[in-house]
Design a protein around this ligand. Structure first.
Ligand code: SF4
Ligand code: SF4
Length: 229
């Protein structure tokens, strides 16, 4: 899932300063699961804003809504009235959701209520950890399904740097050495011989360094067969 974290209420207030009628818009998918931007958090942030504005004797109207996904037009339709009838949207979606709302409503100010952190998992109650930097060409099959780009602090593909101690990374004793994990995992699945293979060359054209990325699936596209008559 995409993991997000709520911005501080002061930062949110600062962004919303010019607007009187504000929609706090939640997203029912990733950010709901990571307890950052779902219906419950919409209620919490809306209440916090109301209290903050009341303490300032500042009259504002805070509206609440949550849709299933902010990153899909189909679901954005469910909040069309609320979005049209507010001065600004405080989106509690990830960065993709925020931009999807802004693109759909070009004249509407839209602000992020969350900081989008990473693609990760719930490691244990209250702790989310990064598992993927969305490099664009997944190679974890070569590494026992442990991502060297994400789990090794230096993103090394050819083997460990040599400074790991007791399974921890030299960068911090709080970080497991990605290559220690890769080795153990390959050993568990009987694929240690993979370590003898040459590491794949990185295809930077697939990474973010190549610019804003796009995924096109021809099998999912609707093609209109328009013939000139
Ligand atoms: S190799 Fe790339 S796509 Fe696969 S998990 Fe690592 S960062 Fe993500
Ligand atoms: S100690 Fe391990 S995780 Fe840290 S940089 Fe070296 S190989 Fe990577």
């Amino acid at each position: 899932m995409i993991v997000g974290h709520r911005k501080h209420i002061q930062e949110i207030k600062q962004m919303l300063a010019p607007h009187k009628r504000i929609l706090v818009l939640g997203c029912g998918t990733c950010v709901t699961v990571c307890l950052a931007g779902g219906e419950r958090e919409v209620g919490m942030i809306a209440s916090a804003l109301r209290i903050a504005y009341r303490l300032d004797n500042d009259e504002r109207e805070i509206i609440e809504a949550t849709i299933e996904r902010q990153c899909e037009n189909q679901f954005i339709e469910d909040a069309i009235d609320e979005i049209q009838n507010c001065d600004a949207v405080l989106s509690l979606a990830c960065g993709a959701g925020v931009q999807a709302i802004a693109e759909r409503f070009p004249t509407k100010p839209v602000y992020p209520g969350l900081d989008t952190k990473f693609i990760g998992i719930l490691q244990e109650q209250g702790i989310w950890t990064e598992k993927c930097i969305a490099c664009g060409k997944c190679i974890v099959g070569l590494y026992g399904a442990v991502c060297p780009l994400t789990r090794c602090s230096k993103g090394l593909l050819s083997g460990p740097c040599g400074y790991s101690r007791d399974g921890k990374c030299e960068v911090s004793a709080d970080i497991e050495c990605g290559w220690h994990l890769i080795y153990n995992r390959l050993k568990e699945i009987g694929q240690l011989d993979r370590l003898l293979e040459s590491a794949p060359l990185t295809d930077w054209s697939k990474s973010h360094e190549g610019g804003c990325r796009k995924l096109i699936r021809e099998d999912q596209r609707i093609t209109l067969d328009v013939e000139a008559s």
